[in-house]
Design a protein around this ligand. Structure first.
Ligand SMILES: [Zn+2]
Length: 450
């Protein structure tokens, strides 16, 4: 058996090679060619919004409901049917992901497999934290292999079928391996930390687990844009011009501490348009993707960026974490109760009797996954309310109800445009297209703007 340090060195070398490979792959596709390919795929997907001119906008009814309907009528029925199928098909992903997690738990917990894996980890790496790190990483690896068909179907095949992906299967696979390698490392660290905490805290581990979970989330939010995302995409300052000027003006008018705007080459992976403003603790980064930049008009970009700035100005990230805290606490309390009950019953079959035994990890993940799958509507409602707030912030800042509505029509490419209220409550992390356009048209009606 190789000693632990040698194993760790091999793992670090592998991760280094994966990162180098991903960078080499990024170098061989010129940005312009890639962007043109994304445009061609988006064109071929057949999602076309009926174009209009200033005369159409001038003739729009004052009444918000009627104006919203006029916007919605510009989405061709076949395009709507297609994006409905795309969006609702992904509802099943919640169920399939949960089933995959339960299957991994059943496989590892039965026949004392997890207990044997824990013993093997201890033989490789002496000391409880190193053992737990290795077990966590091994668990992530086994889960990734079992979930591979699901990842392939939802992550690549479906995206291809609906004209959302610009990647070849080889491109997708290389990125997937890299992101799994990062997951492996992260899972190892989280598991080592969590079980050290469980051992110290005893029966009230779920309270400390919540605090640890929140701290981990903050760390991930801070580290992801700086260390992880640059492994997959290139971020370049946006060329000087009216768009950069408009975005920086809006940022400075609202005390967002930035002096540059970055473009990310998202067309390497997708045809979707998107943007974001990230940052915590007084830092910020404003980013938009190249698809948004190429395929939308200036009023649309202003409306989208006004929305993203709104998230930052209204401290949505911190508020989201604050709202997530009680949900996490309930989730961990449920996990504590469920683990005690299940371990007591299954001790003979699983060979695991205590919550602080890392061999119970597959069961702990399954229990937490079940809780958070059931809490999906709560989670979605938290984000949906924030999205709606950011929409109103954008309307007040940019005064572009038409640019805003136009951008929303484009987002209907990958989001069901007109769901029922229950469907929106359960499955929508953003308000639906109709909802968002109606907000813009209400703003227009109330403000009496053209
Ligand atoms: Zn948003």
């Amino acid at each position: 058996m190789p000693p632990c340090p040698r194993w760790a060195a091999a793992a670090a070398l592998t991760l280094g090679l994966l990162i180098a490979t991903a960078h080499a792959a990024s170098a061989d596709a010129p940005a312009d060619t890639q962007a043109a390919k994304a445009d061609a795929i988006a064109q071929a997907s057949g999602f076309k919004i009926r174009p209009v001119d200033d005369a159409w906008r001038a003739a729009l009814p004052r009444d918000a409901e009627a104006a919203t309907q006029a916007y919605m009528d510009r989405l061709p029925a076949e395009a709507v049917a297609r994006s409905d199928a795309y969006y609702t098909g992904a509802y099943w992903l919640i169920l399939w992901e949960l089933l995959a997690t339960l299957a991994v738990a059943a496989l590892l917990m039965s026949g004392r497999r997890a207990a044997r894996l824990r013993d093997a980890c201890l033989r490789w790496c002496h000391g409880p934290m190193r053992r737990d790190f290795l077990f966590g990483a091994a668990y992530a690896g086994i889960s990734a292999v079992i979930s591979l068909p699901l990842a392939l179907y939802f992550g690549w095949w479906r995206e291809q079928a609906y004209g959302m992906s610009t990647q070849t299967l080889a491109d997708w696979f290389a990125e997937m391996v890299l992101s799994q390698a990062i997951d492996l490392l992260l899972m190892g660290l989280v598991v080592a930390g969590l079980y050290a905490l469980i051992r110290r805290a005893g029966a009230r581990w779920w309270i400390w687990g919540t605090a640890g979970g929140l701290a981990t989330l903050v760390l991930i939010i801070v580290v992801t844009p700086v260390l992880i995302q640059p492994l997959f995409n290139t971020y370049k300052p946006l060329d000087e011009g009216p768009i950069k000027q408009a975005v920086l003006q809006m940022a400075h008018a609202n005390d967002v501490p930035v002096d540059n705007v970055y473009v990310v080459d998202a067309s390497r992976q997708t045809t979707r348009i998107s943007a974001n403003v990230t940052g915590l603790f007084g830092t910020a980064a404003v980013r938009l993707n190249d698809n948004l930049l190429r395929r939308t008009s200036e009023p649309e970009i202003r409306a989208v960026m006004g929305h993203e700035l709104g998230h930052y100005v209204m401290h949505h990230m911190a508020k989201n974490l604050a709202l997530l805290a009680p949900l996490l606490l309930i989730g961990f309390a449920f996990a504590s109760w469920a683990m005690n009950t299940l371990l007591a019953r299954g001790q003979a079959r699983t060979g695991v009797s205590r919550v602080d035994d890392v061999a119970g990890l597959p069961l702990l993940v399954a229990v937490l996954s079940l809780f958070f799958a059931l809490a999906t509507p709560v989670n979605h409602t938290i984000t949906r309310v924030q999205e709606s707030e950011a929409d109103k912030f954008s309307l007040n800042l940019t005064r572009e109800p038409h640019g805003f509505a136009e951008a929303q029509l484009r987002l209907a490419e990958y989001r069901k445009a007109d769901p029922g209220p229950v469907e929106e409550f359960i499955f929508f992390h953003h308000p639906s297209t109709r909802h968002r356009i109606l907000d813009a048209m209400r703003w227009r009606e109330a403000m009496g703007t053209p």
